[in-house]
Design a protein around this ligand. Structure first.
Ligand SMILES: Cc1cc2nc3c(=O)[nH]c(=O)nc-3n(C[C@H](O)[C@H](O)[C@H](O)COP(=O)(O)OP(=O)(O)OC[C@H]3O[C@@H](n4cnc5c(N)ncnc54)[C@H](O)[C@@H]3O)c2cc1C
Length: 162
């Protein structure tokens, strides 16, 4: 769904509602499965891109200080000029490098004392007079806030944070 991020929104800051004006800035409102599905569709349409959907990487092989092969569970090892690890926060790369005797790069961690919870609700046509975005910003005096965003298939996604 397309929205004007100011005109279609209720931004509330320090108890005051921001003016509703046409910003000219378009916000795309979509669920994560919708977004990832679109990205996947466009990437797989590129020439030279091949997706191996059921492959699980299980390790790396190194030759002369360079990763040259990715091991796959139950599959042929895959030779590689460049390996990008995008396996998320459960990445095994630090362990694989450790097994190979390679010192992993130093990690920098930023600790944030923030908690949040999210769930979806059905969205009816008259909800919030047709507005698509609600943002209640936390402030130092009131460190709680929330966001409600309309999504495809008549849904709201609502997050409370504090
Ligand atoms: C409950 C929850 C709510 C969240 N809410 C938000 C939010 O509202 N906004 C926000 O910005 N972020 C949110 N996040 C964080 C966000 O999901 C992550 O920051 C983001 O997904 C990280 O993206 P990524 O591509 O690095 O990793 P991921 O999305 O984790 O993708 C990693 C992929 O690698 C695959 N993989 C892993 N290991 C292997 C392997 N050995 N071989 C092959 N494939 C492998 C996995 O199957 C997965 O598909 C949330 C996270 C959680 C858990």
């Amino acid at each position: 769904m397309r929205s004007d991020v100011q005109r279609d929104a209720r931004h509330i800051h320090c108890g005051q509602r921001h003016a509703r004006v046409e910003s000219g800035m378009t916000g795309l409102l979509a669920s994560r499965p919708m977004l990832e599905g679109q990205v996947r569709r466009r990437i797989t349409a590129l020439p030279g891109v091949q997706v191996l959907p059921d492959s699980v990487a299980t390790g790396l092989l190194v030759e002369r200080d360079r990763v040259t092969v990715v091991r796959l569970a139950g599959g042929e090892p895959m030779p590689a000029d460049l390996v990008v690890d995008a396996s998320g926060r459960g990445s095994r790369t630090p362990f694989w490098l450790d097994e190979l005797g390679i010192v992993p790069p130093a990690e920098e961690r930023v600790m944030l004392d923030v908690r949040y919870g999210t769930r979806e609700f059905r969205r009816r046509p008259g909800d919030l007079d047709g507005d698509l975005i609600v943002v209640v910003a936390p402030t130092p005096d009131s460190p709680r806030g929330g966001v409600a965003l309309a999504m495809e298939d008549d849904r709201w996604i609502v997050t409370l944070v504090g």
